[in-house]
Design a protein around this ligand. Structure first.
Ligand code: NAD
Ligand code: UDP
Length: 341
């Protein structure tokens, strides 16, 4: 059985679908600080069985010990954490407590339970730049804000743990820009309040919930002057977790370092390219206006996903059109049914 922390959240719920449809049994631990319990009903419709669920906090050792005592857990996929970069600048302690302390408590509970296979949600924001070429795992690291720093600290903790105890099997997966939703339209991303990220904001403009998109900056040194990112369909991302888990569970030679992989498509798209693709997918005209650059934004970055292909045999299959079409389907379903996650 796989323990998925943060499994009712955006990426966690899609990964549960991939895991359960591949035959894994799943137990979710989530404190529901950024997701809804209704997601479990949706998962039950998308998967052969309903996942087990424990409402609780990864920072709570007694909850963790009871989960490991109750279920035959063989590996942990750890999504639980806080993820809003701007919020992390205002509330750094909440981010270090949730993301760093939460991970340490979880790893200690795993040690007590003798469970040593661990997949960690890291991020492309751990890279320090320069950003003029595809980012590789060996590139310089450094984060300019508490969120990215909290992820980098956990990566370092995992490296120390792996070196001290080589029988651990650890993967750090550095996600680029996850977007989209399950093709059923039953699960997806539901940001609280006004979305910070481009794709959910576009979906709300297309549906009439918001008047127009502010395009933050059109004077970057990119082909059309707007920011470029490596968008990745969340189901491709979910399948990468499945591949990483399978790899960790079957690899025969133990490693002295965590397996660290970029997860992206390797292809960057500008804000205007995404807007056009979303207009095509939704059939809606999207109002936009150029606005000053957003503080802290980088002009462009994209992944070199070659190592994930080499080690896991994984590569993203879904393109920008599918990312937009699935986001739009989810937007229409969630507006109709109420937002489940
Ligand atoms: P999300 O907020 O949708 O999911 C996180 C889940 O964790 C939520 O269900 C929340 O209720 C739960 N949670 C938070 N703190 C918890 C705690 N202390 N104990 C138990 N549950 C807790 O976020 P997401 O987009 O699915 O991201 C999942 C992971 O991937 C996060 O660690 C995030 O930092 C990382 N990540 C996300 C992105 C992205 O763009 N979405 C990019 C890179 C990395
Ligand atoms: N962006 C934008 N308007 C928005 C939200 C985002 O122009 O309302 C731009 C942003 O400046 C960046 C790109 O879209 O160039 C992706 O932003 P997002 O926040 O989705 O991802 P991140 O910047 O965290 O990689």
């Amino acid at each position: 059985m796989i323990l998925v922390t943060g499994g009712t959240g955006y990426i966690g719920s899609h990964t549960c679908v991939a895991l359960m449809n591949a035959g894994y049994h799943v137990a979710i631990l989530d404190n529901l600080c950024n997701s809804r319990i209704e997601v479990l009903n949706r998962l039950a419709r998308l998967c052969p069985v309903r996942p087990d669920f424990v409402e609780g906090d990864v920072r709570d050792p007694s909850v963790l010990d009871s989960v490991f005592a109750r279920y035959p857990i063989s590996a942990v996929v750890h999504f639980a954490g806080l993820k809003a970069v701007g919020d992390s600048v205002k509330n750094p302690l909440a981010y270090y407590d949730n993301n760093v302390n939460g991970s340490v408590q979880l790893l200690r509970a795993m040690q007590r339970a003798n469970v040593k296979t661990f997949v960690f949600s890291s991020t492309a924001t751990v890279y320090a730049g320069p950003f003029d070429e595809a980012l590789r795992e060996s590139d310089r690291l450094g984060a300019s804000q508490p969120y990215g720093h909290s992820k980098l600290v956990v990566e370092e903790i995992l490296a120390d743990l792996q070196s001290a105890e080589p029988d651990w099997r650890i993967a750090c997966l550095r996600y680029f820009n996850p977007v989209g939703a399950h093709e059923s339209g039953l699960i997806g991303e539901s940001p609280l309040g006004a979305p910070n990220n481009l794709m959910p904001y576009l979906a709300q403009v297309a549906s009439g919930m918001r008047e127009f998109l502010n395009v933050w900056g059109n004077d970057y040194a990119t082909p059309d002057g707007t920011g470029v990112r490596d968008y990745l369909h969340v189901m491709d991302l979910a399948e990468a977790h499945l591949a990483a888990l399978h790899h960790l569970q079957t690899v025969t030679s133990l490693s002295t370092k965590p397996l660290t992989l970029n997860l992206g498509t390797g292809q960057g798209y500008s804000v205007l390219e995404v807007v056009h693709a979303f207009e095509q997918a939704s059939g809606q005209k999207i109002g936009r206006q150029f606005a000053p650059r957003r503080a802290g934004d980088i002009a462009q970055y994209w992944a070199d996903p070659g190592l994930a292909k080499q080690v896991l045999g994984w590569q993203a299959k879904r393109g920008l059109q599918e990312m937009c079409a699935d986001t739009w389907r989810w937007q229409l379903h969630s507006a109709k049914d109420g937002e489940p996650s």
